[in-house]
Write a protein that binds this ligand. Structure first.
Ligand code: IMP
Ligand code: MG
Length: 175
C-alpha cells in the first residue's frame, strides 16, 4: 500500500495566515510580553513561524504530553511527558498547538496550566477540526478550520512522517 499527500493548504496560504495571526496577537498583547508554550512535537513548526511575526517581547517554553489511545484518536487520559522548564505564574501564557481535534489534550493541558497561576491563558492553534470536538475547549486564535480529514505537514505527522512538509496535506492511502 502506498501513501500520497494531497495539498490542502499551500505554503503561501499558511505563511499569509500566520502573518495575519501574528499581527492580531501583537495588537492584543500590546504593551505586554507574551510567554509561548509550544506543545511538542507538532506545535513546534507553527510556534517558530508565529514567534517571528510577533511584535511584542516573546519568551518560549515547551511541553510534551501524550494521550493514551490509538494513532488517530485520543482517549482523554493525558500524561505529561516533558514539563515546562520555568514557572508561568504571573505570565501571559499563549499555548501554541498544531491542531485541536477532539479537544481532550488541550482541555487537560489548559486546566493543568491554569492551576499554576498565569496572569492570562489563551490558546492559539494553526488548525481546528470543530466537527470532531467531544469536549469544550475555547480557542482564542485559529489559523484554519478544516473538515474531518487526517492531515499532515507543518508539524503534523502520520506515524512520525511528514512533519517537515512546508504545507498542510491530506494523507491518501492507495493500493
Ligand atoms: P485531541 O486531544 O483529540 O484534540 O488531539 C490532539 C492531538 O492529536 C494533536 O495535537 C495531534 O497530535 C493529533 N492529531 C489530531 N488530528 C490530527 C491530524 O489530522 N493529523 C495529525 N495529528 C492529528
Ligand atoms: Mg499536538
Amino acid at each position: 500500500m502506498s501513501e500520497n499527500v494531497r495539498v490542502l493548504i499551500t505554503e503561501e496560504e499558511v505563511e499569509k495566515r500566520v502573518r495575519e495571526m501574528g499581527e492580531e496577537i501583537s495588537r492584543d498583547y500590546q504593551g505586554e510580553a507574551v510567554h509561548l508554550v509550544s506543545v511538542l512535537k507538532g506545535g513546534v513548526f507553527f510556534t517558530c513561524e508565529l514567534a517571528k511575526r510577533l511584535a511584542v517581547p516573546v519568551s518560549l517554553d515547551f511541553m510534551s504530553v501524550s494521550s493514551y489511545g490509538d494513532k488517530t484518536t485520543s482517549s482523554g487520559v493525558v500524561k505529561v511527558v516533558k514539563d515546562l522548564d520555568e514557572p508561568i505564574e504571573g505570565k501571559n501564557v499563549l499555548v501554541v498547538e498544531d491542531i485541536v481535534d477532539s479537544g481532550r489534550t488541550l482541555r487537560y493541558l489548559l486546566e493543568n496550566l491554569k492551576s499554576r497561576g498565569p496572569k492570562s491563558l489563551r490558546l492559539c492553534t494553526l488548525l481546528d477540526k470543530p466537527e470532531r470536538r467531544v469536549t469544550d475547549v475555547h480557542v482564542d486564535y485559529t489559523g484554519f478550520e478544516i473538515p474531518d480529514q487526517f492531515v499532515v505537514g507543518y508539524g503534523l505527522d502520520y506515524m512520525q512522517k511528514y512533519r517537515n512538509l512546508p504545507y498542510v496535506g491530506v494523507v491518501e492511502l492507495d493500493g
